[in-house]
Design a binder for this molecule. Structure first.
Ligand SMILES: C[S@@+](CC[C@H](N)C(=O)[O-])C[C@H]1O[C@@H](n2cnc3c(N)ncnc32)[C@H](O)[C@@H]1O
Length: 261
C-alpha cells in the first residue's frame, strides 16, 4: 500500500507503540454487539483491533486519502465510514448507546470535548488520547493551577480518569508534547442539575474570563455577597477556588433571583 505522509493540518500523529495500542483497546473493553465510534482512524492502529472485537465499527475521518485507504483494508466490511469533520458530526445519527474512542487530532480537541455534553445520555463511555496538559485540565480539582472552564464544564457531565501517560516516541511523527489517555463516563446529576444549562455555562465562562478577579468583583453586577455566602462561596475567592457543584448551585440561585448573566 502507498505510504501515507502525515498531514500536520489534520493533526496526524500515528500511534506505533503496540503495547499502548493494546492498553487502549483493553481499557475500552469492546464487546461484539457494542456500538463503538472511532474518531480519526488514520492508519488504523486502533481501528484494526477494535474492528476485530465488534460486529460493526463506526469511524469518522476527514482525510479523503485515508478514507480511500480504509476502504481497501481486509476488515473494511466491518467499518461504517463517515467522511467529514467530526466537529460537524451528529453523534445521534448513530443509533444506540455509544462507546466513543479516539487518538484525537490535538488542534480540535477542546471544541470537540465541549460538544459531548449534548450527547451525554447516549454515551456509555469515551476513551481519548489527548495532550497530557489537556487531560490535566480536564481532571483538575478546584484550587489547582490547571482548574478552569474546561474542568468545570466537563466535570458537570462526566467522571474522568487519567488512565495512562504516553510519551512522544509512541507516535510517528512524534508530537512535541506528552500525551495521555483519559476515560470519561457520564455522571449526570452527580454535582447537581443546572436549571438552565446555557446560564450555567455563561456563568462559568464569565468567571474564568477574569481569573485574577475575586468572585465578588467578577459577579457584583448580578449577585450580592449574601447570596454567595448562602451557597458556601467566600466572595473573596478567585474563580479557581470554586468547586463545580458550587457553580451549579450559584447558577440556580441567580436564576431564582431573576438575575441572568
Ligand atoms: C492523531 S491522528 C490518529 C490516527 C490513528 N487513530 C492513530 O492512533 O494512529 C488523528 C486522526 O484524526 C483525523 N482528523 C483530523 N481532523 C479531523 C476532523 N476534524 N474530523 C475527523 N477526523 C479528523 C486525522 O486525519 C487523523 O487520521
Amino acid at each position: 500500500m502507498k505510504e501515507h505522509r502525515a498531514r500536520k493540518r489534520f493533526g496526524q500523529n500515528f500511534l506505533q507503540d503496540k503495547s499502548i495500542i493494546q492498553d487502549i483497546v483493553r481499557a475500552v473493553r469492546p464487546q461484539p454487539a457494542d456500538t463503538v465510534i472511532e474518531i480519526g482512524p488514520g492508519l488504523a492502529a486502533i481501528t484494526e483491533p477494535l474492528a476485530k472485537a465488534v460486529d460493526k465499527l463506526h469511524v469518522i475521518e476527514i482525510d479523503r486519502d485515508i478514507v480511500a485507504r480504509l476502504r481497501t483494508l481486509p476488515f473494511a466490511s466491518k467499518l461504517e465510514i463517515y467522511e467529514g469533520d467530526v466537529l460537524q458530526f451528529d453523534f445521534a445519527s448513530v443509533p444506540g448507546r455509544k462507546k466513543i474512542v479516539g487518538n484525537l487530532p490535538y488542534n480540535i480537541s477542546t471544541p470537540l470535548l465541549f460538544r459531548f455534553g449534548e450527547y451525554v445520555d447516549e454515551i456509555v463511555d469515551m476513551h481519548f488520547m489527548l495532550q497530557k496538559e489537556v487531560v490535566e485540565r480536564m481532571v483538575a480539582e478546584a484550587g489547582s493551577n490547571d482548574y478552569g472552564r474546561l474542568s468545570v464544564m466537563l466535570q458537570y457531565f462526566f467522571e474522568m480518569e487519567n488512565l495512562l501517560d504516553v510519551p512522544p516516541q509512541a507516535f510517528n511523527p512524534a508530537p512535541k508534547v506528552d500525551s495521555a489517555v483519559v476515560r470519561m463516563i457520564p455522571q449526570r446529576g452527580r454535582i447537581g442539575i443546572a436549571q438552565d444549562f446555557q446560564h450555567f455555562s455563561a456563568l462559568v465562562k464569565q468567571a474564568f474570563q477574569q481569573r485574577r478577579k475575586t468572585i465578588h468583583n467578577n459577579l457584583k453586577e448580578w449577585v450580592d455577597d449574601a447570596r454567595l455566602i448562602d451557597v458556601g462561596i467566600d466572595p473573596g475567592w478567585r474563580p479557581e477556588r470554586i468547586k463545580p457543584e458550587l457553580y451549579v448551585a450559584l447558577s440556580n440561585i441567580l436564576l431564582d433571583n431573576g438575575a441572568c448573566i
